[in-house]
Design a protein around this ligand. Structure first.
Ligand code: RI2
Length: 318
């Protein structure tokens, strides 16, 4: 236990790892806020000590979940521009980056929601998978524009984030049909769009999202239902531009099978990948706050956004 890590950082890391805080955007927001708390409460006496403390806090947050790139992108945003010759100056710079980051996160979600809403027509039915605030922003903007929508919501085993989506949509007055994941293909005949979020998007346009997305996309393509991915640019994975792959998180087997059930089933290996990769050819559009892109052209946007980012991570020891 690092005594310089503020409890707010330790708590945020715990909440992210346990999925108390979940969803790529919410994870980024919580991580940035925790860095802000670390900076505000720091008792470091020298700029060097302050920087070391911030790096340690960022490392703690970084090691929680490996797949959603919004987390390292948030940490980079806050730490890359840390500047100042005094502790007070450094603290002020972190705090202002955190405020700016959180504001931009909200704004990006609003802007992409408006763009995504333009793809939805009055009377359309969307099929959702998991719970994505970026995807739901598109629905909310369409409703604000006066369109009527219905939803077919996939339950999303093993953690059933579909329930969160269903609850939110009902609060907005959207008629919801909840189905188990295995029923998706049958209900695609009633859907006008598949609408999902993303945890990471690779430079070739592959979409890393909740396990089950790729099978849904293949089925949707076969049925002729367009697949729309709502993902603010915070979900673009810079390291994939230089050949790195996105690590897929493997979660605890108890999310799939309780110890009692496991006992009953017998000696089997249980695997619980949290995400899968949907190849770009199954995706019709990636909707970001900078406009909608065919997946194959997302690399152009990535070059524009990350082209000049070089060198090590700002939380690594220099
Ligand atoms: P927003 C979630 O992962 C889902 O895969 C969802 O599509 C994605 O994060 C993006 O969520 P998990 O944290 O950023 O439930 O759009 O494993 O809210």
């Amino acid at each position: 236990m690092d005594r310089d890590i503020h409890p707010a950082v330790a708590d945020a890391a715990e909440d992210i790892a346990s999925m108390e805080v979940r969803g790529a955007a919410a994870i980024a927001d919580a991580a940035a806020a925790a860095l802000g708390e670390q900076a505000a409460a720091s008792e470091a006496e020298t700029p060097t000590a302050f920087r070391a403390e911030m790096r340690a806090a960022a490392r703690r947050l970084h090691e929680t979940r490996p797949t959603a790139v919004s987390l390292p992108n948030a940490l980079r945003y806050v730490l890359r521009d840390m500047s100042g010759d005094t502790v007070a100056g450094l603290r002020a710079s972190v705090e202002s980056s955190v405020t700016e980051f959180r504001y931009e996160l909200d704004r990006a979600q609003e802007n992409l929601g408006q763009i995504g809403a333009n793809r939805l027509r009055d009377g359309d039915t969307v099929m959702t998978h998991c719970h994505s605030t970026d995807a739901l922003s598109c629905v909310r903007h369409a409703l604000d524009d006066g369109k009527e929508l219905s939803a077919i919501v996939k339950e999303t085993r093993p953690r059933k984030q579909g329930h969160i989506t269903a609850r939110q949509l009902r609060e907005w007055g959207v008629p919801v049909t909840l189905v188990v994941d295995n029923a998706a293909r049958r209900y695609l005949d009633d859907a006008d769009h598949v609408l999902v979020g993303a945890d990471s998007i690779a430079a070739d346009g592959s979409v890393v999202n909740k396990i089950g997305t790729s099978g849904l996309a293949v089925n949707a393509r076969e049925r002729g239902v367009p697949i729309m991915v709502a993902a603010q640019t915070l979900k673009l994975h810079p390291a994939t531009m230089t050949g790195h792959t996105v690590e897929i998180e493997m979660r605890d087997e108890e999310e799939v099978l309780s110890p009692a059930e496991h006992e009953e089933v017998g000696d089997v290996t249980v695997e619980n990948p949290a995400f899968d990769v949907t190849p770009p050819r199954y995706v019709d559009a990636i909707v970001t706050e900078r406009g909608q892109f065919p997946p194959e052209s997302i690399v152009t946007l990535m070059r524009e956004l990350f082209g000049d980012q070089q060198g090590g991570e700002p939380w690594e020891e220099s």
